[in-house]
Design a protein around this ligand. Structure first.
Ligand SMILES: *[C@@H]1O[C@H](CO)[C@@H](O)[C@H](O)[C@H]1NC(C)=O
Ligand SMILES: *[C@@H]1O[C@H](CO)[C@@H](O)[C@H](O)[C@H]1NC(C)=O
Ligand SMILES: *[C@@H]1O[C@H](CO)[C@@H](O)[C@H](O)[C@H]1NC(C)=O
Ligand SMILES: *[C@@H]1O[C@H](CO)[C@@H](O)[C@H](O)[C@H]1NC(C)=O
Length: 249
């Protein structure tokens, strides 16, 4: 199977080494990982990332950087799956039904390569919502500053690296946002410049509704955040672990 090609895995290993050096963020600019290796590895030639604000300490920033790196890895698998298997793919049908592949492809490109100038992740609980929702809010979008996302301390405890996939239960059991990189993509989609002012949104969040969209309302399947999150987790788990770990729908 070409999809889990050894080449990709080898490159991924090399990249994680190459990218582990600290990255200094200018809070007002879009950050690009500039290693030439990262291009091949991550499958994105011009990946962009939100800035990490100075209120995130080194420990936080390292974990957030790891999550951002995971966003690139998992969307690369998703995009590769689309390109190689098309719309008749069982994974595509499961999460997007007969929805437009142009929309899905465009969303992955948008998430990873669109300019993220001004987009900011901050760690200071500036609105007090982390403290108000302990052990529940892993982060939140700021309505008062739409380019900004607050990451709560609970994020670091509750959200796992992609390398943990299939370890703690099926995707259906733990939900795709259990994984920091996937949760981060969901946070991107709260930012209007990423969601195209809500073209992509949280129209439905329960698994039942997500599956129902794919089967009966594909126009909304390709507009619904959680359909993307499940698709990515499903494709990724099946790409890196034989048989994957979707669980029972
Ligand atoms: C970004 O720059 C603007 C002005 O150029 C400034 O007002 C704002 O505080 C800056 N934001 C951050 C997060 O540094
Ligand atoms: C960084 O901040 C976290 C809270 O988000 C705290 O638990 C941790 O001790 C801090 N690390 C350092 C090195 O200051
Ligand atoms: C998907 O299929 C349904 C009926 O099976 C049809 O009504 C709808 O137009 C199709 N949507 C697209 C985007 O082709
Ligand atoms: C599809 O979902 C949207 C949003 O939930 C809803 O407004 C619309 O009526 C649904 N369409 C169909 C055909 O079920």
């Amino acid at each position: 199977m070409t999809f889990t090609s050894r080449k990709f895995m080898v490159f991924a290993t090399v990249a994680s080494l190459a990218l582990s050096a600290p990255v200094t963020y200018d809070t007002n600019s879009t950050v690009e990982l500039e290693s030439s290796l990262s291009q091949e590895v991550l499958g994105w030639s011009h990946a962009t990332f939100p800035a990490i604000y100075q209120t995130c300490n080194e420990t936080n920033a390292r974990m957030l950087n790891a999550a951002l790196k995971d966003t690139a890895e998992i969307t690369a698998y998703g995009k590769s799956r689309l390109l190689n298997y098309g719309v008749d793919d069982v994974y595509y049908k499961r999460w997007f039904g007969n929805g437009s592949v142009f929309t899905v492809m465009g969303v992955f490109d948008q998430l990873m390569e669109a300019s993220k100038g001004g987009m900011l992740m901050r760690c200071d609980d500036v609105d007090g919502l982390c403290a108000a929702n302990p052990n529940y809010y892993a982060g939140h979008h700021r309505e008062s500053a739409p380019a900004e996302t607050v990451i709560c301390d609970y994020f670091y405890n509750s959200r796992k690296p992609l390398s943990n996939i299939c370890f703690e239960g099926t995707i259906v059991d733990v939900g795709p946002k259990h994984y920091a990189g996937i949760d981060m993509l969901h946070r991107y989609l709260h930012v209007p410049t990423m969601s195209m002012d809500g073209f992509i949104g949280e129209y439905a969040e329960t698994l039942e509704e997500v599956v129902d969209y794919a089967q009966n309302n594909a126009t909304f399947a390709v507009k619904n955040t959680d359909n993307y999150l499940y698709y990515l987790a499903d494709v990724y788990s099946a790409s890196v672990i034989p048989g994957g770990c979707l669980g029972d729908l």
